[in-house]
Design a protein around this ligand. Structure first.
Ligand code: GDD
Ligand code: MN
Length: 372
């Protein structure tokens, strides 16, 4: 009888979650190394790939055909290291979860030690650390080392100072610890560990295991300037997100920079002396709107970014919405100014109402959420 031959296989003890973007040439080697490192442990590896154009997901599925410990979650039309890790963990049933890079830069030989500590001690999370005795950053440039140290220092606004390497993307945690914070995670950007520590309802009990960050052999790093912006937004969300939506904060910051662009353009045109004030002011307003639209499209709404024809349609709605915002701004400021004569307060109130209007109107008109 068939049924007598069915063997029931329980879920693995450990899921290794590996976010990937363009790592085709690294996945087979990573699986081979996990196999060697995790002898005697029931494990699986879940690659969460954001539809890499190099066919990483296909490479993973090809491996999975001969090794059921290998799984693939392929996300279409999505990007993001942190959110990939979160969704990988949600796709697993294992009681212990590990996150590691797919480019072989993290040292898989410390995995048994990390698991041993997590199962044997009263801990929620074990962090692979470059900044404790025995750990090292490998052959980083002085610039990157400096940036990492600075980011680490700033992170201590929201994570315990005793944690030496909150920037690490290499850690292992218990499922209850993950479940407790999953609904509070920001899930933006690269820094999932900072997010976990800052979102946990109770302080995480942690240990750090040293390792040396290896250099990459295949593919390239996806770390860029936007990662720094995302990191700032993650910290802002953790610090003030319960008071102000972080998207509004980003919108307002860019709006502030737009005022700078406006004045720069205006003073330049006035200094040249070929245009009258009204023309110069109109041109400066146009440039500032273009600046605001472009930056908001790149940063504030990077998850709903407009391109091609949509970019022009979006710009049209943006200019329309912001023109109404400007009218409201001026109207309210004049009204308040007439009431009690204090111009700074009247101006501020006008700006506040105008900004909130612009934010609400453009989020509904320009970057409206597509219904799925
Ligand atoms: N799914 C998905 N989506 N994966 C991504 C994305 C994305 O948008 N961007 C990057 N990854 C994957 C990469 O393919 C790689 O496996 C891993 O995330 C880390 O990306 P790298 O581009 O190699 O980052 P890094 O080496 O510069 O930075 C790493 O080291 C830092 C330590 O300073 C990351 O692990 C960071 O998390 C870590 O903090
Ligand atoms: Mn890397």
């Amino acid at each position: 009888m068939i049924s007598s031959r069915i063997t029931i296989q329980p879920a693995p003890l450990l899921s290794v979650i590996v976010p990937t973007f363009k790592e085709r040439d690294n996945v087979a080697e990573l699986v081979r190394r996990l196999h060697l490192a995790l002898v005697g442990v029931a494990w699986e590896v879940i690659f969460v790939d954001d539809d890499s154009p190099d066919g990483t997901a296909d490479a993973v599925r090809a491996l999975a055909l001969t090794d059921a410990r290998v799984r693939c979650v392929q996300r279409i039309g999505r990007r993001g290291l942190s959110s990939a890790c979160v969704e990988g963990m949600l796709a697993s049933s294992a009681p212990y979860l590990c996150v590691m890079d797919g480019d072989l830069q993290h040292d898989e030989t410390i995995l048994p030690d990390m698991l041993g500590r997590l199962t044997g001690q009263d801990l929620d999370i074990v962090v692979g650390s470059r900044y404790v005795a025995g750990g090292a950053i490998g052959d980083w440039t002085a610039r990157r080392a400096w940036i990492s140290r600075l980011a680490t220092r700033i992170s201590h606004l929201v994570v315990p100072p005793a944690l030496h390497d909150p920037m690490s993307g290499f850690f292992m945690l218990t499922r209850p610890a993950f479940t407790a914070s999953v609904r509070s995670l920001s899930s933006t950007g690269f820094k999932i560990l900072v997010d976990l520590f800052a979102s946990s309802p109770t302080p995480l009990r942690f240990a750090e295991v040293p390792y040396t960050f290896r250099s990459r052999n295949a593919g390239e790093s996806k770390l860029d300037n936007r990662v720094a912006w995302d990191y700032g937004m993650l910290l802002a969300d953790k610090l003030v997100g319960h008071l102000i939506p972080v998207r509004f904060l980003s919108f307002a910051l860019i709006g502030g920079a737009g005022v700078g662009v406006h004045f720069l353009c205006l003073s330049l045109l006035m200094a040249l002396g070929r245009t009258d004030f009204a023309t110069a002011h109109t041109m400066a307003t146009g440039l500032a709107m273009l600046f605001n639209f472009t930056l908001n499209n790149l940063l504030t709404y990077r998850d709903r970014r407009l391109s091609g024809l949509g970019w022009f349609v979006g710009l049209f709605w943006f200019v329309l919405a912001c023109s109404i915002g400007a009218l409201a701004n001026v109207g309210i400021a004049i009204y308040l100014f007439k009431l009690d004569g204090g111009w700074p307060l009247a101006a501020l109130a006008g700006i506040a109402v105008g900004s909130v209007w612009n934010y609400v109107a453009t989020s509904a008109l320009t970057w409206k959420k597509r219904s799925a």
